[in-house]
Design a protein around this ligand. Structure first.
Ligand code: GDP
Length: 295
């Protein structure tokens, strides 16, 4: 029952219970430990408040306080609620049965979009599905070249037009080429900025409207904590997102930003990036994340 929570938190809960019975005061102390842990994991304050309101209501109910093992029930309640908020599990790319499925990746510069294009291509290739990449990041001079390098490494075609300054046209032409070549998936690597700006959003909205991607995924850097949440809010307001991919969770970050990003966008967390290599992409599992956040 405890396998999803860290030992530290478990023993803190257990020490609250003394001989096994919990008072309401004990339970409130336990809830405070949970709250502190979430804030330390970088979960944003409003999200923590919302979470605690749900958990407290359940934990302070008579049934839990009078139960034989109340601390275990508290652990279970917290765990269940975390998994509930982080879900549902949906790492499907929802490929269409006919014609290429267009996947658009968006996010701030440096969030890991271009790398994720490679990771998704690798995943598709492993399933015998033919992808094509479109270099639509015309802001960062090296981005087109970087995508070509990735394409060569993975033996995946990359469509680019180095002299075309219009990303909408590049995407449209790329999709046409993918259709002609029988690619099943087209992944659009769009431009990011160091910070959100209106020009970036307008460009993405134009691609969204004119090219009509089937899936729009926001790529967020899991190391950036609160910034990740702010940018997710801005992207979510401008685009109809279908999912989130959070990168760089191979580092020390506890991943609390995932909880906040999920709260802000309301769309499934599809994958997490766990390294720079193309195989470092994992389908998102709420259970594993719950234990990491609540250390
Ligand atoms: P873009 O500007 O959004 O296209 O970002 P890039 O794909 O160029 O990635 C920026 C940096 O983050 C590169 O050095 C990548 O190798 C690195 N990166 C991307 N994803 C991950 C990840 O999951 N883990 C780690 N450790 N590094 C990553």
């Amino acid at each position: 029952m405890f396998e999803n929570l860290s030992e530290g938190l478990q023993s803190a809960f257990k020490s609250l219970s003394g001989k096994g019975k919990l008072t309401e005061g004990n339970m409130r102390d336990g809830l405070e430990i949970v709250q502190k842990s979430l804030l330390e994991a970088d979960v944003s304050y409003p999200v923590v408040q919302d979470f605690m309101a749900h958990v407290s209501e359940k934990a302070l109910g008579k049934r839990v306080l009078l139960s034989l093992r109340p601390h275990e029930e508290l652990v279970q309640i917290v765990n269940d609620e975390l998994i509930n908020i982080l879900g549902p599990v949906d790492s499907s790319l929802h490929l269409k049965s006919e014609g290429p499925t267009i996947i658009m990746l968006c996010g701030l510069q440096g969030s890991g979009k271009t790398t994720t294009c490679g990771k998704l291509s690798q995943l598709l290739k492993e399933e015998g599905i033919k992808p094509m990449l479109v270099a639509a990041d015309l802001q960062r001079p090296a981005a087109i070249e970087q995508l070509h390098v990735i394409g060569k490494q993975l033996d995946v075609p990359v469509y680019s037009e180095p002299d075309n300054k219009n990303p909408v046209k590049v995407c449209q032409n790329g999709v046409a080429k993918a259709k002609a070549e029988g690619a099943r998936v087209v992944i659009l690597d769009t431009a990011g900025r160091l910070a959100i700006d209106e020009e970036l959003m307008a460009e993405l909205q134009k691609i969204d409207k004119k090219v009509g991607p089937d899936q729009v995924y926001l790529v967020v850097d899991g190391m950036t904590g609160q910034d990740a949440v702010n940018s997710a809010g801005a992207f979510n307001e401008s685009l109809e997102l279908n999912g989130v991919i959070m990168t760089k969770l191979d580092g020390d970050a506890r991943g609390g930003a995932l909880l906040s990003v999920k709260h802000v966008t309301g769309v499934p967390i599809k994958f997490i990036g766990t390294g720079e290599h193309f195989d470092a992409l994992e389908p998102f599992r709420p259970e594993g994340m719950a234990s990491r956040i609540l250390q």
